[in-house]
Design a protein around this ligand. Structure first.
Ligand code: HDE
Length: 753
C-alpha cells in the first residue's frame, strides 16, 4: 500500500497483534522485550488533500511556509525529546511498579508532560476573547506625508502588519456570528517601532469616559449568577444599562443594524473611533479619524443566517478568513483619514471631536485614502500569534499622537495593565508576535519570562560606565513628542462637557440614512432583543429611547412587543441623512464569493464542469452539492462532490446554481411527469430547505436544464426577483454573478427575514 498513513496504521496494528509493548507479569503473555530505540519513521504527510476540494495554490508573499510544508515543520525533529532535549523511548505509558501497579512519582517525563499541559491555557481576554488574525502588508500611498511625518505613511513605504478581528462579548469558544461589535486591531511593524491601530467595525462607542467601561462590560457579559446568555446582548442587564445610560444609544443602534452581524471579516469597515492627532515634519498638527474601507464592500448576514451559522458552523468568520487567504483571495482594505483643523475647540461643524459617541459624516469630511492593507498569510500557530498578540493604543510612532478624548485616555492605561495578567508579566513585548522590527535599546530589565540576555552594567541614565549609551533621540525622530496644545486652566472636576449631552441626534441621523430593508432589519433586531428581556420596565424604557430616535421605529418595535408606543420626550432633531452610512446601493466585486452548484447524476454535468471553471475564473469558489459524496457521473466528465445534502447549509453559499432535472429514478429531483406535466416536489427535504433558505435570505438563484421544476416545491416563484432561468450554466452564472455585485437581491426584502 502506497499510502503512508495507512502504512503507519498497519504497522501499529501489527505491533498490537504481536503482543508488543510491556506485558510484564500478565499470565499467558510473552515476556517484554527490553525497550529498544527504533529508527524514527519518516515524517508522513498530513491527510492527503482531495484534489477538487482544494482552492488554488497557496500563495504567501511573506515567504511564510504554508500548507503541507508548514505542517511538516511543526514536529520536524527525528526524535521525540523532553523539554531538556533528552530522547524518549516511550511516551504512551507511565512508569509503574509492574503493569498493574501504582505509578511512580519518579517519572519525570510523565510529570513534565502533564504539568506543561496543566498550564497550557492562559486567561482569555476580558473582552474581545474570540478572534481570528492574519499577517499582511501595508503599502502607503504617500499623500499622508502632508499631515504626518510617520515613516510608514511615506510614499512607497511597505510595512508588515498583523491584524486581529474579534467579537467583544463572547468567550474564546463562542460563535463567530453573534450580534455584537467586531474588533479590528492592526499592528504595524514599522521601522520606527510598533504602531497599533486598535479599532472596531462601529465608529462610535457605548460610553464617553473610560471609567464606565467596567459598567458596560459587566452589563453586557452573561448574568453573573447563571453565566448566561453567552455572547449575546439580548438580555436584561445589557438593556438595563444602555437604556439608563443613553449615551450608549448610538452604538446600540449600530449593533441592532446589519453592522452587528457582518457577512465576513473581509467585508467589514474598520474605525479608529477616537480622534487622533497627526504631526507633520514642520510640526503642524491635524486632527484625524481613521477608517478602513474594505475593497469587497460592506456586507452583512441576515439574522436567520447568523443564528443558523452559530449552530451549524460557529467558526464561520474564522474559517472564511483563513480559507480566503489560503485560496489566494487576499482581503484588502484602504486606510483612510478624515482630517480636521487642530483648533483649540476641537470641534468640526459643531461636532465635538473628543466625543467618541459621535461620527463626522463622510459627506462633510470625505475619507481620503492613504494606503492599502493586504492580508496575505494565515498564522502558523493560533496560540503563539493570534492569542498572544498584545495591542495597545499607546504604541505610537513619531507623527501620530493622541487627543484628550476621555475614552482614549483611559485606554492608554488599560492595555498594558491587562497584558500583565493575560500574558503573565511585563515582558510580553518579547513574544515573537509582539516584537518590534525596530532596534530595541530600552532600560527595562528582568521580570517574569525575561528572554533577553542583556549585556552591560549600566541600565540607567545618565551613566558613564556603559559609555553613556544609549543616547536620546532628537525631537525630530523621537516618538511621544507632545504637541504643545494648551491645557485650559480649570479646576479639577468629575464632569463631561455640555456637548457630550446630545445622545439622540446622531442616532436619528443613522436611522434616517438607512434604506427600507435596513430599517426592517433594525426593527426586527430590537424586537428580538427586547423580546428576550424579562423585565417589563426595561422594555418600556427601551421604547422610550426609541421614541427619541424615531416614532416609526418605536411603534413597530412596540407592536412586536405588544406594548404601547410612547411619544418622544422632546422635539426630534432634523439631521441631514448621510448616505455613506448605508450598506446598500453600490456594486462590489465578487472576489472570494462562494457559489453552491446543486447537481446529481442526471444533471447537466458538462455544464457543471464549465460553470466551475467560470466561477474560478471570476475569483469565486465553486462548491458542488450532491445527494452523496464522491463523484457524480463517470469517465472524464465525472464531477467531484464538495458538499452533500447532509453537510451543506444555505449559509455557506452566496448564491446557488441548479444544474438541471435528472432522469426518473435519480436521487434528488423527480422528473416532470410527461403525461400531466405536473411537477412533483423534490424528494430530499434538505435540498428544499437549502433552496428555501437561500431564497428567503435574498440570495441569487440560477437554474438551467429544466431545473425550474424544483423551485415550486421549495416555495420559490419562478418569476421572483433574482431567480434566473437560463438556457445554459454559463448564462445562469453570468447573471447570478451580476446580482452578487449588490450582495443580495434586496427587492425580496422586507419579507420578514
Ligand atoms: Fe478595548 N480593550 N477598551 N476598545 N479593545 C481590550 O485589551 C478597553 C475600546 C478593542 O485583538 C483589552 O488586550 C477600555 C474602544 C479591540 O487583542 C482591554 C476601553 C475600542 C480589542 C481593553 C476600551 C476598543 C480590545 C482586552 C474603554 C475601539 C481587542 C484584552 C476606555 C476603538 C484587541 C486586551 C485584540 C481589547 C480595554 C474601549 C477596541 C481590557 C478600558 C473604544 C479591537 O485592555
Amino acid at each position: 500500500d502506497q499510502n503512508p498513513i495507512k502504512a503507519a496504521a498497519k504497522k501499529i496494528a501489527d505491533t498490537l497483534r504481536d503482543g508488543g509493548g510491556p506485558q510484564d507479569g500478565v499470565p499467558g503473555k510473552p515476556a517484554p522485550a527490553s525497550p529498544t530505540v527504533e529508527e524514527p519513521t519518516a515524517p508522513t504527510e498530513p491527510l492527503p488533500p482531495k484534489a477538487d476540494q482544494q482552492g488554488p495554490e497557496t500563495v504567501s508573499p511573506t515567504g511564510q511556509p504554508t500548507g503541507a510544508e508548514q505542517a511538516r515543520m511543526a514536529q520536524s525533529g527525528a526524535y521525540l525529546t523532553t523539554a531538556q532535549g533528552a530522547r524518549l523511548y516511550d511516551t504512551d505509558h507511565s512508569l509503574k511498579a509492574g503493569p498493574r501497579g501504582p505509578v511512580l512519582l519518579q517519572d519525570h517525563h510523565l510529570r513534565e508532560k502533564i504539568t506543561h499541559f496543566d498550564h497550557e491555557r492562559i486567561p482569555e481576554r476580558v473582552v474581545h476573547a474570540r478572534g481570528a488574525a492574519a499577517h499582511g502588508v501595508f503599502q502607503a500611498y504617500g499623500n499622508a506625508s502632508e499631515v504626518t511625518k510617520a515613516a510608514f505613511l511615506a510614499e512607497g513605504a511597505e510595512t508588515p502588519v498583523f491584524v486581529r478581528f474579534s467579537t467583544v462579548l463572547g468567550s474564546r469558544g463562542s460563535a463567530d456570528t453573534v450580534r455584537d461589535t467586531r474588533g479590528f486591531a492592526t499592528k504595524f511593524y514599522t521601522e520606527e517601532g510598533v504602531f497599533d491601530l486598535v479599532g472596531n467595525n462601529i465608529p462610535v462607542f457605548f460610553i464617553q469616559d473610560a471609567i464606565k467601561f467596567p459598567d458596560i462590560v459587566h452589563a453586557a457579559k452573561p448574568h453573573p449568577d447563571r453565566e448566561i446568555p453567552q455572547a449575546q446582548s439580548a438580555h436584561d442587564t445589557f438593556w438595563d444599562f444602555v437604556t439608563l445610560h443613553t449615551e450608549a444609544t448610538h452604538h446600540t443602534l449600530w449593533n441592532m443594524s446589519d453592522r452587528g452581524i457582518p457577512r465576513s471579516y473581509r467585508t467589514m469597515e474598520g474605525f479608529g473611533v477616537h480622534t487622533f492627532r497627526l504631526v507633520n515634519a514642520e510640526g503642524v498638527s491635524t486632527l484625524v479619524k481613521f477608517h478602513w474601507k474594505p475593497k469587497l464592500g460592506v456586507h452583512s448576514l441576515v439574522w436567520e443566517e447568523a443564528q443558523i451559522a452559530a449552530g451549524v458552523d460557529p467558526d464561520f468568520h474564522r474559517r472564511d478568513l483563513a480559507d480566503a487567504i489560503e485560496a489566494g483571495a487576499f482581503p484588502q482594505w484602504e486606510l483612510g483619514i478624515q482630517t480636521f483643523p487642530d483648533t483649540p475647540e476641537q470641534t468640526f461643524e459643531g461636532i465635538d471631536l473628543l466625543d467618541p459617541t459621535k461620527i463626522v459624516p463622510e459627506e462633510i469630511a470625505p475619507v481620503q485614502p492613504i494606503g492599502l492593507l493586504t492580508l496575505n498569510a494565515n498564522p502558523s500557530n493560533y496560540f503563539a500569534e493570534t492569542e498572544q498578540v498584545a495591542f495597545h493604543v499607546g504604541h505610537l510612532v513619531p507623527g501620530i499622537d493622541v487627543t484628550n478624548d476621555p475614552l482614549l485616555q483611559g485606554r492608554l492605561f488599560s492595555y498594558v495593565d491587562t497584558q500583565l495578567t493575560r500574558l503573565g508579566g511585563p515582558n510580553f513585548g518579547q513574544l515573537p508576535i509582539n516584537r518590534t522590527h525596530a532596534p530595541v535599546n530600552d532600560m527595562l530589565r528582568d521580570g517574569m519570562h525575561q528572554t533577553a540576555v542583556h549585556r552591560g552594567v549600566a541600565p540607567y541614565r545618565p551613566n558613564s560606565l556603559d559609555g553613556g549609551c544609549p543616547f536620546v533621540a532628537g525631537a525630530d525622530t523621537g516618538a511621544f513628542i507632545e504637541v504643545p496644545a494648551p491645557v485650559a486652566a480649570s479646576r479639577k472636576v468629575r464632569e463631561a462637557p455640555a456637548s457630550f449631552d446630545d445622545h439622540f441626534s446622531q442616532p436619528r441621523q443613522f436611522w434616517l440614512s438607512m434604506t427600507p430593508p435596513e430599517r426592517e432589519h433594525i426593527i426586527a433586531a430590537y424586537t428580538f432583543e427586547l423580546g428576550k428581556c424579562y423585565e417589563q420596565s426595561i422594555k418600556e424604557r427601551a421604547l422610550q429611547v426609541l421614541a427619541n430616535i424615531d416614532s416609526h421605529l418605536c411603534e413597530q418595535v412596540a407592536a412586536g412587543l405588544g406594548l404601547p408606543a410612547p411619544a418622544a420626550t422632546g422635539r426630534l432633531a432634523d439631521p441631514e441623512p448621510s448616505p455613506a452610512l448605508s450598506q446598500l446601493g453600490q456594486i462590489w466585486p465578487g472576489d472570494g464569493r462562494i457559489i453552491g452548484i446543486v447537481a446529481d447524476a442526471g444533471a447537466d454535468l458538462d455544464g457543471v464542469t464549465s460553470v466551475r471553471e467560470a466561477v474560478l475564473g471570476a475569483g469565486m469558489v465553486p462548491l458542488v452539492i450532491a445527494p452523496a459524496g464522491g463523484k457524480i457521473g463517470g469517465g472524464d466528465g465525472a464531477v467531484t462532490v464538495q458538499r452533500t445534502f447532509a453537510t451543506a447549509r444555505s449559509i455557506e453559499f452566496d448564491a446557488i446554481l441548479l444544474a438541471g432535472v435528472p432522469a426518473v429514478g435519480a436521487d434528488a429531483f423527480p422528473a416532470r411527469d410527461a403525461k400531466t406535466d405536473a411537477t412533483p416536489a423534490p424528494t430530499d427535504p434538505r435540498l428544499l430547505l437549502l433552496l428555501n433558505e437561500a431564497f428567503r435570505h435574498g440570495k441569487a438563484i440560477g437554474v438551467w436544464a429544466g431545473a425550474d421544476a424544483v423551485l415550486p416545491g421549495a416555495g420559490i416563484p419562478a418569476d421572483a426577483p433574482g431567480v434566473v432561468l437560463a438556457d445554459t450554466g454559463a448564462t445562469a452564472f453570468e447573471q447570478v454573478s451580476q446580482l452578487l455585485g449588490a450582495h443580495r437581491v434586496w427587492e425580496r426584502f422586507p419579507a420578514g427575514a
